[in-house]
Design a binder for this molecule. Structure first.
Ligand SMILES: [Fe+2]
Length: 222
């Protein structure tokens, strides 16, 4: 091969560019202590009154998705914050985000040991969001208590190619994995496209974990 090819004095300048990014807002609250306390209080009150729903959650309590009705001004503030983040992360052709009516549904999850959320997406929405109020045992425990929040690479056909060992190098020079686990703490908010599949690994800590999930959509104002 060398003898055949060395007659060409070829050099190539390659520019590594990445297309089709998946935006995820990975946010940390500042001065949010009172908000978190009030949200948790509302969740505990509502949990005492209702049996909850069954969705992607296994083993956990999932409130009805009307938390904006029973979560008071703290829930309203969280909704406003999540919508503002979503507005910053998207662009509408021929219109500004403020020419849309923004809608948000919100619900709470309380997860005991062995709880998890199967991989799922939030169809019928533009954005999904989650806020963690209490990570349970994770912070103080020396053992791995699981419960990681993970996201799946939305380019699904790639992971079904004949050689599944291949990882393409990203523009950050790192191999791109098929799933990403996020280290989350109390007060972290994630906002991500509603089509991005995600889930929560089984949690084995003793203390309950508490989180709030949201569906965000926007419809053009009349
Ligand atoms: Fe979800």
């Amino acid at each position: 091969m060398t003898n055949q090819t060395q007659k060409y004095p070829l050099r190539v300048e390659a520019q590594h560019v990445g297309f089709f990014e998946t935006p995820v807002a990975y946010c940390r609250m500042k001065e949010g202590d009172q908000l978190l306390i009030d949200l948790e209080k509302s969740i505990r009150q509502n949990r005492a009154l209702t049996s909850g729903l069954q969705r992607s959650n296994i083993g956990s309590w999932h409130s009805d998705s009307d938390m904006l009705k029973w979560g008071g001004s703290a829930a309203a503030k969280l909704a406003e914050t999540a919508i503002n983040i979503a507005k910053c992360m998207g662009h509408f052709q021929e219109a500004s985000p403020d020419s849309y009516e923004w809608h948000l549904r919100m619900w709470a999850n309380v997860t005991p040991a062995s709880g998890l959320n199967h991989m799922h997406a939030h169809p019928g929405n533009l954005w999904a969001a989650v806020l963690y109020l209490d990570m349970g045992d994770e912070k103080d425990s020396s053992e791995d208590v699981g419960g990681a929040f993970y996201m799946e690479d939305p380019r699904f056909p790639m992971s079904a190619m004949h050689n599944t060992a291949l990882r393409m190098i990203g523009v950050d020079s790192e191999p791109q994995q098929y799933e990403v686990e996020l280290k989350l703490e109390r007060g972290n908010i994630l906002v991500f496209p509603a089509w991005l599949r995600h889930g929560v690994r089984p949690y084995s800590g003793k203390r309950e974990r508490i989180s709030i999930a949201m569906n965000i959509d926007a419809r053009r104002k009349a």
